[in-house]
Structures are given as C-alpha cells and as structure tokens.
Ligand binder design. Structure first.
Ligand code: G1P
Length: 339
C-alpha cells in the first residue's frame, strides 16, 4: 500500500500566510501540518508516499527530503493545471494504480493513528474502498455520505440538502485502485464537475454506480487546519496533547520569562522579559522581548518586541514591535485600549 497526499493547492483561505508558503508547511504546535501527517503515517508500514505538488512545490520537496526521507520514499507528482481533488489524485495514476492506496488530505490533523484507521478498514472485510467519516453539525460544508446496512449508497460533495450528518473526513483507503482510476478518468473525460472541480467524491459515487462496495469507518478527533481560527484551535489541542504526553517542546532557554504551558519553543530562540503562553508555538530563531503572548503561532526568525498578542499568526521573518504605554492614570479613571 502507498499513501497519497494532495498538497498542490494555494490555500487561499489562509492568506496572507500562504502568500509565501504552501498551506501544508504552516506550523501547528511543534511542526508544519504535513509533518504531523507523516509522523502519524509512521504508525503504519507504508513506505512509499506520493505527494501531489503544485503551488510552491520546491518548499515542500525540500522539507520532506530534509526531515522524512530516512523513513519514507517520496514520489513527487506535479498537478498542473489544478482542477480539484479528483484531478489531483488522477494525475498520479501511473505511480499509484498498481497498489492499494491511502489518500490523506493535506490539511487535516487527526489525533487517532492511521494504523488504527487501517485496522478498522480491514474489519470492514472485502470492499473496494473504506472512507473515514465523522458526524458533524454542518454536513453541507463537506462531502456527505448516506449509509444503508453498512454500505455507502450515496455520496454528494457539499450538498445544499444533506443526506445525513456524516461528513467525509479526508482519509480514503482504496483497495480497488484500478476501479478508482477508471471512475476518475470517466469524470474527467466527460467533464463532470461539481463546484467547478473534478471531485474525488463524484468518482467514488461512480464506483458505487458500478456496484462496487464502499464502506466507512469512524474517525474521532480531527482538526481542519484550513482557516485561521481552526489552525489556532488545532495548535491549542495538539500542544495540550503533546504536553500531556510529556513530549519535549522547549528547545531554547528563555531568560527572565514566565512560560505558561502548553508552549512549544524551537531551537535558537532568544526570549527575554516576557510572558509566553498558554498555547504559543514559536519556530526556530525567533526573538521575543518585553512581550505578553498567548494563543499565537510565530514563524521562524520573527522578531517581537514590546507587545501584547493573542489569537495571532505571524509569518517567518516578520517584525512586530509595539509601544509600551507609560501612563499616569488618576483615581476612578477607566481606560480601554483596543487594537
Ligand atoms: C474535501 C473533500 C470533501 C471532504 C473534505 C474534508 O473538500 O472534497 O469531500 O469532506 O475535503 O476536509 P475541501 O476541504 O477540499 O473543500
């Protein structure tokens, strides 16, 4: 079995962070999103990983080669033009068709292991594919599935009227890879698009139309890192989880600073006279001075001085310097400073 990670998109919902960096390289807790996915993949025996690249592909290639090439063999495939998730999977046909495939969407982090999901898939018995699903409040924002007697009977991408409360969670385990590629090919040849994209969901529906058996498995905690607030939420939860597991998260020694855990601080940071935390992730080489920071992700080599930050994303090499207030506030005064 191989894994396939689509990571070609522009990540427009996460601008400006994604103006200079692909989404999968945005930092959450102690590493980029794609690093979390690959660390989770280490719980399985999968060795070959197909990565679909496009936007700023060199950065992803470099990160993966540098950090994960001793465990995985990467096969990089370029998607150009980018015509949707179904198309992203389709462009790797040649590299993927001859083995079962585990498709992992590049912006979801799961606390559950992929190994556990593969076990659930095996328990499903014979089937063309199993798809991870989760009950959600707003199924219209996701791929949506209808199940009858344990089999998927229908799948619709972001339906106006949902079929159920089950959302496609972004993990697909495909046994019958040739059939999936036949379905993708049909969709592309016949130009069947939903929301102006060739959808993986539509290809899976086609497999059902051809009487293939598609099953589901439940996924538990997932974090969609697709927007600023969900990225910060994933950061909070992963930091807490790692803190609870006693993972070493601090790799630089701050001076004269109060750390409120959970906090991750990478190597070669200089932090002084500050209060950091909770839920702050600091990348390598960051300098922080005289600041109070909580619920924030800070990119490498950023400089922060004399400021108070919350719910904030700061890119690599950015500079944020505030003003320290010097006041002489009289009795009964009420002063509210907002940014
Ligand atoms: C994609 C899939 C959708 C799935 C979702 C999970 O949508 O097309 O079926 O539910 O991922 O995150 P996207 O997030 O690319 O719009």
């Amino acid at each position: 079995m191989r894994a396939l990670i689509p990571a070609a998109g522009r990540g427009t919902r996460l601008r400006p962070q994604t103006n200079t960096k692909p989404k999968s390289l945005l930092r959450v807790a102690d590493k980029p999103i794609i690093g979390h996915i690959l660390d989770n993949l280490k719980t399985t025996r999968i060795k070959e990983v197909i990565v679909i690249l496009g936007y700023m592909k060199e950065q992803i290639e470099e990160y993966l080669e540098e950090n994960y090439s001793n465990r995985f063999d990467f096969i990089f495939v370029e998607q150009e033009p980018r015509l949707g998730l179904g198309h992203a999977v389709y462009v790797a046909k040649e590299q993927a068709i001859d083995q079962p495939l585990m498709i992992l969407l590049g912006d979801m982090i799961f606390l559950q292991t992929y190994r556990e999901m593969l076990q659930k898939h095996r328990k499903n018995g014979e089937c063309a594919a199993s798809i991870g699903v989760k009950e959600v409040d707003q199924p219209q924002h996701y791929g949506n599935v209808e199940i009858t007697n344990g089999n998927i009977t229908r799948l619709v991408e972001k339906p106006a009227t949902p079929l159920s409360n089950l959302a496609i969670a972004g993990v697909y385990i495909v046994n019958d890879t040739p059939l999936l590629y036949r379905a993708l090919e049909q969709i592309i040849e016949n130009d069947i698009q939903t929301g102006e994209e060739y959808q993986l969901t539509d290809a899976l529906q086609r497999m059902i139309d051809w009487e293939a058996s598609l099953k589901t498995f439940r996924v538990e905690k997932w974090y969609d890192c697709g927007r600023k607030n969900t990225l910060l939420e994933a950061n909070r939860i992963l930091l807490q989880e790692k803190h609870n597991n006693h993972t070493k998260l601090t790799h630089s020694q701050p001076t004269n600073t109060i750390i409120i855990p959970p906090v991750a601080i990478a190597e070669e940071c200089q932090i002084e006279n500050s209060v950091i935390g909770p839920h702050v992730s600091v990348a390598e080489g960051v300098k922080i001075k005289n600041s109070i920071i909580k619920n924030t992700i800070i990119g490498s080599h950023a400089q922060i001085e004399n400021t108070n930050l919350t719910n904030t994303l700061i890119g690599d090499e950015a500079i944020v310097k505030g003003t320290l207030l010097e006041l002489n506030v009289g009795d009964h005064a009420s002063i509210h400073l907002t940014y």
